[in-house]
Design a protein around this ligand. Structure first.
Ligand SMILES: Nc1ncnc2c1ncn2[C@@H]1O[C@H](COP(=O)(O)OP(=O)(O)OP(=O)(O)O)[C@@H](O)[C@H]1O
Length: 232
C-alpha cells in the first residue's frame, strides 16, 4: 500500500498536508501521532470513506475502489456504531459469509474472549468488548491488507496480549498490517516500521531500533518530533 502526497482539507482546515507513506507487503507498519494528527483521516482515505483533495493511494498497485471491491482489504474503524442490535457471533457469521475462505468464527471469537457474549447485543457490550468484535470483523475474511485504527484502545492487558499474539500470527502468515496506536509498547512489540506523523504529514520514520538509536525511548522520539496542542 502506497500513499503519495495526500492532501485534504476538512471544515476549512488542512488535515492531510502532503502525507506520503508506504506499508510494505507482509509487514506491520505503525502510525503514531498526537490526537488530531490525521491518522484516522488517512485510514479513511485508504479505505474509500474520504476522497483526498490531491495525492494518490494504491493498494497492491490498484486504485482504492478496485482493491476494496476485491474483498482483500479489512478495516477496523475507531468507532462503528452501526451494529447496535446485532449479537457478536451473528455479526461475525454474517461477515464470514461474505468471504470465500473466512477464518473459523468460533475459534476467532474464543481467542478474543467473545464466545461468552453470544447473546449480548453489540450496544450492551463494554468498550473493550466492542473493540474485540470490531477487530474480529476486520480479520474474519482473511484480508491480505488490514487497517486497524487503535485496535487495543480500552482493552485490558490480557486481551491486549491476545491481540498482539493474533497480529504476530497474521504477520507470520504474510498479512500486511497498518496499525495506529498511542501505546509505544505496542508499536515496539509489533511494528517492523514506524511513521510518526504530526499535522497531516510524516515527521520521522524508521524501525523502532533506528528511531531510538541514540538511547532515547520511542516516547521521547515521539515527543521530540510532534507538537502538543495542550496549552500549559
Ligand atoms: N469531517 C470533518 N470535518 C471537519 N474536521 C474534521 C473532520 N474529520 C476530521 N476532522 C479533523 O481532522 C483532524 C484530524 O482528525 P483525525 O481523526 O484524523 O485525527 P487522529 O490522528 O486520528 O486523532 P486521534 O489520535 O485523536 O484519533 C482533527 O482536527 C479533526 O477534528
Amino acid at each position: 500500500m502506497e500513499a503519495v502526497d495526500l492532501r485534504l482539507a476538512l471544515g476549512g482546515r488542512t488535515v492531510l498536508d502532503g502525507l506520503t507513506l508506504a506499508a510494505e507487503r507482509g509487514r506491520t507498519t505503525a502510525l503514531l501521532g498526537p490526537n488530531g494528527a490525521g491518522k484516522t483521516t488517512f485510514i479513511r482515505c485508504c479505505t474509500g470513506v474520504l476522497e483526498p483533495d490531491a495525492g494518490t493511494v494504491r493498494i497492491g498497485g490498484q486504485a482504492v475502489g478496485r482493491a476494496l471491491a476485491g474483498g482483500r482489504v479489512g478495516v477496523m474503524p475507531q468507532d462503528s456504531g452501526a451494529w447496535s442490535g446485532i449479537r457478536p457471533l451473528e455479526m461475525l457469521r454474517h461477515l464470514a459469509g461474505l468471504h470465500a475462505s473466512p477464518l473459523p468464527v468460533d475459534a476467532l471469537a474464543e481467542r478474543l474472549g467473545l464466545h461468552e457474549l453470544a447473546r449480548t447485543p453489540y450496544r450492551r457490550l463494554s468498550g473493550g468488548q466492542k473493540q474485540a468484535v470490531n477487530l474480529a470483523g476486520a480479520l474474519v475474511g482473511r484480508p491480505e491488507l488490514v487497517f486497524l485504527d487503535e485496535p487495543t484502545a480500552g482493552m485490558d492487558p490480557h486481551t491486549r496480549r491476545a491481540v498482539w499474539a493474533l497480529l504476530r500470527e497474521l504477520r507470520a502468515a504474510g498479512t500486511t498490517v497498518l496499525i495506529t496506536t498511542h501505546a509505544m509498547d505496542e508499536a515496539a512489540e509489533l511494528a517492523d516500521r514506524v511513521h510518526i506523523i504530526d499535522a497531516g504529514r510524516v515527521r520521522v520514520s524508521g524501525t523502532v531500533e533506528e528511531l531510538a538509536a541514540d538511547g532515547r525511548s520511542l516516547e521521547q522520539v515521539f515527543l521530540d518530533h510532534t507538537t502538543s496542542r495542550i496549552r500549559p
